[in-house]
Design a binder for this molecule. Structure first.
Ligand SMILES: CC(C)[C@H](C(=O)O)[C@@H](O)C(=O)O
Ligand code: SF4
Length: 500
């Protein structure tokens, strides 16, 4: 995809810059004067059925075409069922949303990956998988978790429906530059601790509003050690810390992930791209507007106990006492959350039983997430009475998982193996919790009713989700292992295990 903007680094500058500043300045069409927004060029616009209908209506009324259909791509994800996907969608609103997107894509010449297509899936899984998400580009979507794409060193953020219309019409966006915040995560993660635990710990530390107005740059040895999937998990949840965007500087892992993907540059273009991408790092002397540090060595698996993603603690801990919160608002929020979650302060988190385990969402539904999940459940049986749903992020992830035999591990375990989509991440499709049900979920939001009216959500990593599915109570894989002295699996200490 060739865009219309001038050469990379068009704004000559000697001052040390952060990664975000470099990418931003590289996309400036017009600099805003006196505090008014900048106009920036958008390289990639991804769309789904929920936030696009009014934007297309606006274009129709104005008689305007889409300026760059070739930089625009749509997929169906939120309203889609994850079983019987080729049947007529039963719910009228969902069906209308999907049919409207199909009509709009056809009328405006936009590439759409519908249900049943090999590239259909959650919008934030599809972009990277096709190699559309690349270092140094700008990515927007009418969806807050667009921050996911920042894992490649892109500036990627969610926009509202009127902005979607603006981007469709002009391929530009008027927006003020973000302030920059460094999130330094140094050290080595212990076994069983993952990217999801890092980001839950970051949000617990800075709060759900801590990142407001900033683009977060995750850096440090623990971030460098993560796979691209792990980096996507972290950037995905930047919005839950209040930030519109999160980024990781691209490195050899990024390039290796991209090479050979459908839309990755090839030949000389690849070499030229690499030369540019290698410049996309925060300069040594650059100064961030804010910095936060997290010690990776001491992190443990994390779990949320409340109704916002900042209300999280180590899984080995207890439900906190609201009076521990100094801020009266936090105290009140904790009281209300405990009531909604039907939990009492002081209760060990590992004693909490769940009804459902949801393994999916744009936070954790890529192939590596499924590998992590199945590595724990392989050869075991799910806890009795617990419903376990495994939903790949895209049709391609589903195919990959099946080629590796992961689907067999999942169904042998007693879990449901579904088709791709947002599924139980939010209550916009048939996959929902019943009122009062409690769920360990690998998704990113635990708001009241998020997974279905009256449902209760505990956000966890795929490893914790898997161990919880085995034991039926919030657990980490280390709870499943035999004592250190023994290496035998399926012994008397683990009656829940079934040897195959
Ligand atoms: C429906 C969509 C606008 C929304 C978002 O912006 O994030 C959804 O994806 C979510 O996760 O809540
Ligand atoms: S999976 Fe969840 S968070 Fe991601 S886009 Fe879909 S609804 Fe939003």
């Amino acid at each position: 995809m060739k865009t219309e903007r001038s050469t990379h680094g068009a704004v000559p500058t000697a001052r040390p810059r952060t990664l975000a500043q470099k990418v931003w300045e590289d996309h400036l069409v017009a600099k805003g004067e006196d505090g008014s927004p900048d106009l920036i060029y958008i390289d990639l616009h991804i769309m789904h059925e929920v936030t696009s209908p009014q934007a297309f209506d606006g274009l129709r009324v104005a008689g305007r075409p889409v300026r760059r259909p070739d930089l625009t791509i749509a997929t169906e994800d939120h309203n889609t069922p994850t079983v019987d996907i080729l049947n007529r969608i039963a719910d009228t609103t969902s069906r209308t949303q999907i049919e409207t997107l199909r009509r709009n894509a056809k009328e405006f010449g936009i590439r759409l990956h519908p249900l049943g297509d090999a590239e259909q899936g959650i919008v934030h899984v599809v972009g990277p998988q096709l190699g559309l998400t690349q270092p140094g580009i700008t990515v927007v979507c009418g969806d807050s978790h667009t921050s996911t794409h920042g894992a490649f060193g892109a500036i990627a953020f969610g926009i509202g429906t009127s902005e979607v219309e603006h981007v469709l019409a002009t391929q530009t966006l008027a927006i003020k530059p973000f302030k920059t915040m460094a999130i330094n995560v140094d050290g080595t993660l212990r076994e069983g601790v993952t990217a999801k635990d890092i980001i839950l710990a970051v949000i617990a530390k800075i709060g759900t509003g801590g990142g407001a107005g900033y683009v977060l740059e995750y850096r440090g040895s623990a971030i460098e050690a993560l796979s691209m999937e792990g980096r996507m998990t972290i950037c995905n949840m930047s919005i839950e810390a209040g930030a519109r965007a999160g980024m990781v500087a691209p490195d050899e892992k990024t390039f290796a992930y991209l090479e050979g993907r459908d839309h990755a540059p090839i030949g000389e273009d690849w070499d030229a791209a690499l030369d540019h991408w290698r410049t996309l790092r925060t300069d040594d002397d650059a100064v961030f507007d804010a910095e936060v540090s997290i010690d990776a060595d001491t992190l443990e698996p994390f779990v949320t106990w409340g109704t916002n993603p900042g209300q999280g603690v180590s899984l080995s801990g207890v439900v906190p006492e609201p009076s521990e919160f100094a801020d009266p608002n936090d105290r009140q929020a904790a009281e209300r959350a405990l009531e909604y979650m039907a939990l009492e302060a002081g209760r060990p988190l590992k004693s909490i039983p769940v009804d459902v385990v949801f393994m999916g969402s744009c936070t954790n539904s890529r192939i590596e997430d499924l590998r992590a999940f199945t590595s724990v459940i392989a050869g075991r049986q799910k806890a009795e009475g617990v419903r376990v749903m495994v939903v790949p992020g895209s049709a391609r992830v589903r195919l990959e998982a099946e080629a590796e035999g992961l689907d067999r591990i999942i169904t042998d375990f007693g879990a449901e193996w579904r088709f791709a989509g947002c599924s139980m991440c939010l209550g916009m499709n048939p996959d929902q919790l019943e009122p009062g049900q409690r769920c360990a979920s690998t998704s990113n939001r635990n708001f009241e009713g998020r997974q279905g009216k009256g449902g209760r959500t505990h956000l966890v990593s795929p490893l914790v989700a898997a161990a919880t599915a085995v034991r039926g109570t919030l657990s980490s894989p280390s709870d499943l292992d035999p004592p250190a002295a023994s290496t035998t699996q399926g012994t008397a200490q683990q009656p829940q295990e079934v040897t195959v």
